[in-house]
Design a protein around this ligand. Structure first.
Ligand SMILES: Cc1cc2nc3c(=O)[nH]c(=O)nc-3n(C[C@H](O)[C@H](O)[C@H](O)COP(=O)(O)OP(=O)(O)OC[C@H]3O[C@@H](n4cnc5c(N)ncnc54)[C@H](O)[C@@H]3O)c2cc1C
Length: 372
């Protein structure tokens, strides 16, 4: 049996590129297949660019474990490869007494997840760090930071190419057939033509397209069904004025989103979001900016009463690739290998929403273990 490429990674988002770069750097022959003309044009460029500490996710979950591991690996990678980042820290703010109890619950979960550096702040201590913030108490997370996600993906791509890997842009995977043990035939559509490519291993890192690809593969375990996608859009507003903050500021989370928070980018510009809007399809349109503006202003003023009038400008949206329906318990990252579907050499990544950017290098390690 001879295959044309050893490993094909479907999707050039931050996760697919991290998986491909790590695998190529270990000496494997890797091709990334991406349907768009450039990397990172979907979820990986429509997020908050926060390096999360790992404080929110249920104890023992993949999201908790891979976030904490991924954060350490990401800071080290960014340092080594000169990717712009800032370990600016974040304040999680309680705006009333009931939220102080929630702060305590989150702090307890953080410790169980291995995040031992949180500090509880009084109102006065929080105001010494951020004079414009209104809260009754806050928790400081010093290991939270921000990163330039485009530069990060460019660094992963460079690492991949330097190790002899390749990226095929404008190429959409439209079919997968496991031919024999250790051989897959992929159908790839490019410039109106469909051609076949054989490979020994496949990583499905297609983000919002992952469920569709998962369904193309006939599982060896007849009861296996690839997780279904439930897209959940988040809107962002940019702050047109100068931001008077040095830290990220987060309100209390809800079960399926982290709340309308303030994040900064590497140039110091501030944005707020994302909210959550469940939908049936993948549509990035900014829905009803006026009504949404009123909701954002109200939420933000709970912790920043000084938000200037007219300073919020509709910015962009991102879509979370959730694998659970609205109103049902949140799902963990689903990283499915042979144990789940019975097909050796195929790993599917489903539901890689936040903190997928933070966890990208830890996910790459996890995929490597499943492939080998
Ligand atoms: C609103 C929002 C805010 C977030 N904030 C943060 C944050 O602050 N910190 C954090 O750590 N995480 C955050 N995340 C999560 C993070 O952005 C994602 O986990 C991460 O970007 C997922 O990367 P990916 O490579 O899996 O997917 P994607 O970036 O979606 O990449 C998948 C790629 O696969 C390609 N593709 C799909 N189907 C095919 C096909 N058939 N053939 C070829 N190519 C295909 C797509 O074109 C795409 O380029 C956020 C997510 C959202 C939506």
């Amino acid at each position: 049996m001879s295959v044309e490429v050893e490993t094909v990674v479907i999707g050039a988002g931050v996760v697919g590129l991290a998986v491909a770069a790590e695998r190529a750097s270990l000496g494997h022959d890797v091709l990334v297949v991406e349907r768009h003309p450039a990397f990172g044009t979907e979820t990986s460029s429509r997020n908050s660019e926060v390096i999360h500490a790992g404080i929110y996710y249920p104890e023992g979950s993949l999201r908790a474990k891979l976030c904490v591991e991924g954060k350490k690996r990401l800071y080290a990678f960014a340092e080594e490869h000169k990717v712009p980042f800032d370990r600016c820290g974040k304040l999680l703010v309680a705006t009333n007494e009931a939220e102080v109890d929630e702060l305590a619950r989150i702090e307890g979960r953080a410790i169980r997840n291995g995040v031992g550096d949180l500090t509880r702040l009084t109102m006065a201590e929080a105001n010494r760090l951020e004079p414009e913030i209104r809260c009754v108490a806050a928790t400081l997370s010093p290991s939270t930071g921000i990163i330039d996600s485009h530069s990060l993906m460019a660094a992963f791509e460079t690492r991949l190419l330097d190790a002899g890997g390749q990226v095929a842009f404008n190429s959409e995977v439209v079919g997968i057939v496991p031919v024999s043990k250790g051989e897959f035939r992929l159908s790839i559509s490019s410039a109106g033509e469909t051609s076949d490519l054989t490979c020994a291993r496949v990583v499905n890192a297609a983000g919002l397209g992952a469920s569709r690809i998962g369904c193309m593969l006939r599982p060896a375990k007849s009861e296996y069904v690839a997780p279904k996608l439930y897209p959940a859009k988040g809107h962002y507003f940019a702050l047109s004025a100068r931001a008077p903050f040095k830290h990220l500021v987060y309100p209390m989370p809800s079960p399926d989103a982290l709340g309308i928070h303030l994040t900064l980018d590497m140039s110091g510009a501030a944005k707020f979001g994302p909210d959550i809007h469940w939908q049936d399809d993948i549509d990035y349109a900014f829905i009803d900016p006026n009504a949404r503006h009123a909701v954002f202003a109200k939420e933000i003023k709970r912790y920043w009463p000084g938000l200037p009038e007219g300073a919020l400008v509709p910015a962009y949206t991102g879509i979370r690739p959730k694998i659970y329906a609205a109103g049902t318990p949140p799902a963990d990252f689903a990283i499915h290998g042979e144990n789940e579907h019975g097909v050796p050499g195929f790993v599917g990544l489903y539901g890689i929403e936040s903190p997928g950017l933070t966890a990208s290098l830890a996910i790459a390690d996890c995929v490597a273990r499943l492939l080998d």
